[in-house]
Design a protein around this ligand. Sequence first.
Ligand code: SAH
Length: 354
Amino acid sequence: MDTQKTDLLSLLPDELEKFIISLGEPKYRSKQLFSQMHKGVSPDDMTNIGKATKEKLSKSAYYSLPVIRRKLVSAIDGTVKYLFELSDFNSVESVVMKYKHGNTICVSSQVGCRMGCAFCASTIGGKVRDLTPSEILGQVLVAQKDTGERISNIVMMGIGEPLDNYDNVIRFLRLVGAEDGMNIGYRHISLSTCGLVDKIARLAKEDMPITLSISLHASDDETRSAIMPINKKWSVDALLSACREYYAATGRRISFEYTLIAGKNDSQASAERLAKKLNSALRPSRSDSFPIHVNLIPVNPVEETGFTSSGKQAVTKFAKTLEDNGIRATVRRTLGADINASCGQLRREEEKKK
Ligand code: SAH
């Protein structure tokens, strides 16, 4: 990556057009370039562009995609996990999951993470750097090319806190939605956050109705602050009030992630407290119909954290308590159980080898 040069894959259609015209090239060239680049084809390999244009481009711009460093395919359900190497040799992970409603990719937004959640593998070495818009998009393009199947849904749930890399993530969302590119609409995208309240408020004003997924994991400040440092900055109440505003602005339902950790947040009392909190904060009057959905995820044991997963019985009981209190709850189906598919663990393995 040459920072003096223009990163072609991070440019929006109108920006690419301006850039192409500034090189003295005809306007239509920009559309050709955009659609090919967004299929994972480098300008150098395009057959409909002449040598002179390619030379002009390579003098002032670059096109770079992440390289597949490792690839694991689940024998159980076909889930594919990639360890991608970036141009500065940092690495990130992506996972492609095959659902009936289409192939879904889980992408990373940062190299590492600075949020410090106690159960998470991605944050152990801190944040190294933000990913550029093209590095986030590149994960989708390379995975789609490699699997040979269309990717139709995106979840921003890989390594990093997407709202901590706000501008680049917003640009990525615009790029991936572009008609001449991947053309993935906002309704097919969800973004998971540990709860950066100021950024949730900003996102509500972007006119980008993506689905928000809130990593809640506890409904009282004491428990949540003990496992998620961000809660010391923005309390559970502040977070839920931002969720209300997001829903009011976008009409999009919000889902809550709740990772069950044995002995920490998985008791009957925790389930009752969670239901009560969600109902009182999001549906203060009886007529409120705020659609609440909780995804229960038995914690994935990470060697360094010492946390263990709640037993099957505790998980089922937790879900039932939520349902009994009017909260829809599903236990997350584990995909790729045989390939360590939860994000951050493959990169962590590689880092340890260094
Ligand atoms: N930073 C964002 C997105 C990345 S984490 C966020 O916090 O939402 C994606 C999801 O995986 C989050 O819900 C996170 O809390 C959860 N997670 C992290 N480590 C986990 C583990 N060991 N077991 C289960 N879920 C985990």
